[in-house]
Design a protein around this ligand. Structure first.
Ligand code: PMP
Length: 434
C-alpha cells in the first residue's frame, strides 16, 4: 500500500497554487494518478482506466526493462557526452540503422521541442538560408524555433498574426475539410505548395527547409493524401531546401505497417526529429540526418547538450528498442490498430456525430461534427464525451485546432480486449443522445 496522500481536489489546488494557467490539465476535475501498468492507469480512488493517450509510454507504463536499465546505469556512470563511453556509440548506431540509408548521423537532445529546434538550426546552417516552410494547423513544440513553426490556432492563438518573417505557411492538406478531396488531392495540394514555394523564391526568400509531421498527429492523426510529400519534397529540393520529417508523435513503430511515418508517403527526408517514445517517459530526443548536414553545424560553432546522449539516456533508449523488438510492438500496433480502426469505422456508420476515422496503426482520430454538410466541429460535445468516457474507464482527449477529434494514441502494447472495451464505451457514449 502507498502512503496516504492529499485528495485529488487538494492536489489540484496545490498544483494551481504553483503553476501557470497556461499549463493545461486534462479534465474539469482531474483525477490523481497513483500507478500505471502497461496500457492501464490507476487513480488514488483505485479506479482503473484504459489509457488511450500516452504515446510517450510507448512500451506501456512501468516497463521493467526500462526500470532495470535506468537503475543499473544510475548506479554505474552518468556523465556528459564529452567523455567517451560505450552507450552513446551503440545507441546512435542502432538509431542510424533504423533510419533510411544515408541518414547516418545522430545528435542527442532531451525532448521533441529541442529536436525540432536543432533540426531547424542544422537545416539553416546546411542550406545557408533562414526561411522555413511549415503547414497550417501544426504543432512542433514550445522552444523558440519549434514555437515559431507551430501554426495551430489552438496551441498558439496568435501564431498567424505574429509569425516571424522567416516562417512561411503552406495550406494543410486535410482530407475532410481541405480544398481538394479527390484521388488527385495529394498532387493538387503539392502543386499549390510548389507554386507558393516558387513565389517566395521569386521574391528573394527561397526556403532553406520544409518541416512537416509525416502524419498530422496534432490535427488528429490525419493521413496526408497520396503523393503529397513526394511532390512537396521535390519542389523544396529543387530550390536547394532540406526536408525535415517531424516523427516525434507518429514515428517509432506506431504506424504498425512501417517504423517511420514518412514511409507511408514513400519519401526519405533529410532530417528526422524523434523524442517522446524513445525513452518511454525518460526525456530523450534526437535528430537523425546526413553527415554533411551535421557537419555544417560545426561551421557555425559547437553543439553540446548537457544531458543529451548521457549514458543514462542511451541505456534507457537501448532498453526501449530491446523491448520493442522482443515484444513485437510495431506488429502489435498494426494488428490491434487495424481492429481498433475497424471498430471506430463501425461507429462512423452508426452515429450522427462520428464523421471520419483518421490515422493508421495506433495513431487514430475520430472526428466529430454537428453537421455532415457544414462540418461544424462538435468541440463542446467532444470535451463532454471525454469527460463521460472517463467515468466509464477510458482516457481519451480532444485534439486538432478545432478540438473536435478524439485522439487515440495508446501505449503500443494495447491488447485486443482493451481496444474492444474502448470502442464499446465510445459507442455507448455516442448513443447517449448528443
Ligand atoms: N513535435 C511534435 C509533432 C509534437 O507533437 C511535439 C509534442 N507534442 C513536439 C514536437 C514537442 O515535443 P516535447 O513536448 O517533447 O518538447
Amino acid at each position: 500500500p502507498l502512503p496516504e496522500g492529499r485528495s485529488p481536489s487538494e492536489e489540484y489546488a496545490a498544483r494551481l497554487a504553483v503553476q501557470s494557467s497556461a499549463q493545461e490539465k486534462y479534465y474539469e476535475e482531474p483525477m490523481q494518478m497513483e500507478r500505471g501498468w502497461r496500457h492501464h492507469l490507476v487513480d488514488t480512488d483505485g479506479r482503473s482506466y484504459v489509457d488511450l493517450v500516452n504515446n510517450v509510454a510507448g512500451l506501456g507504463h512501468s516497463h521493467p526493462g526500462v526500470r532495470d536499465a535506468a537503475s543499473r546505469q544510475l548506479g554505474l556512470l552518468n556523465t556528459n557526452s564529452r567523455f567517451l563511453y560505450r552507450e552513446l556509440g551503440e545507441y546512435a548506431q542502432r538509431l542510424a540503422d533504423l533510419a533510411p540509408e544515408g541518414l547516418d548521423t545522430v545528435l542527442f537532445v532531451n525532448s521533441g521541442s529541442e529536436a525540432v529546434d536543432l533540426a531547424l538550426k542544422l537545416a539553416r546552417a546546411a542550406s545557408g538560408r533562414p526561411e522555413v516552410a511549415a503547414l497550417r494547423e501544426a504543432y512542433h513544440g514550445w522552444t523558440a524555433g519549434a514555437d515559431a513553426v507551430t501554426t495551430s490556432a489552438y496551441d498558439s492563438p496568435h501564431a498567424l498574426e505574429s509569425l516571424p518573417g522567416w516562417v512561411k505557411v503552406l495550406d494543410v492538406p486535410h482530407p475532410l475539410r481541405g480544398a481538394y478531396t479527390g484521388d488527385d488531392a495529394g498532387a493538387r495540394y503539392a502543386a499549390d505548395a510548389a507554386a507558393a514555394l516558387a513565389g517566395w523564391a521569386d521574391t528573394g526568400t527561397p526556403v532553406g527547409a520544409f518541416i512537416c509531421e509525416s502524419v498530422l498527429g496534432n490535427a488528429g492523426g490525419v493521413l496526408l493524401p497520396e503523393d503529397y510529400l513526394a511532390g512537396v519534397y521535390e519542389a523544396v529540393r529543387a530550390q536547394g531546401g532540406l526536408c525535415i520529417a517531424d516523427e516525434v508523435q507518429v514515428g517509432f513503430g506506431r504506424m504498425g505497417s512501417h517504423f517511420w511515418g514518412f514511409e507511408l508517403q514513400g519519401v526519405t527526408p533529410d532530417l528526422i526529429t524523434i523524442a517522446k517514445p524513445m525513452g518511454n517517459g525518460f526525456p530523450i530526443g534526437a535528430v537523425i540526418t546526413r553527415r554533411e548536414i551535421a557537419e555544417a553545424l560545426g561551421r557555425e560553432g559547437m553543439f553540446f547538450s548537457s544531458a543529451g546522449g548521457s549514458p543514462l539516456s542511451c541505456a534507457v533508449g537501448q532498453a526501449v528498442l530491446d523491448a520493442m523488438e522482443a515484444e513485437d510492438l510495431q506488429g502489435n500496433a498494426q494488428r490491434v490498430g487495424e481492429r481498433l480502426r475497424a471498430g471506430l469505422q463501425g461507429l462512423v456508420a452508426k452515429h450522427r456525430l462520428a464523421s471520419m476515422v483518421h490515422g493508421a496503426g495506433l495513431y487514430l482520430g475520430l472526428e466529430l461534427v454537428r453537421d455532415e454538410r457544414t462540418l461544424e466541429p462538435a468541440a463542446a460535445e467532444t470535451a463532454a464525451i471525454c469527460e463521460r468516457l472517463r467515468e466509464l474507464g477510458v482516457i481519451v482527449q480532444p485534439t486538432s485546432e478545432r478540438q473536435n477529434v478524439l485522439k487515440i494514441k495508446p501505449p503500443l502494447c494495447l491488447d485486443e480486449a482493451s481496444a474492444d472495451f474502448a470502442v464499446a464505451q465510445i459507442d455507448r457514449v455516442l448513443s447517449e443522445g448528443w
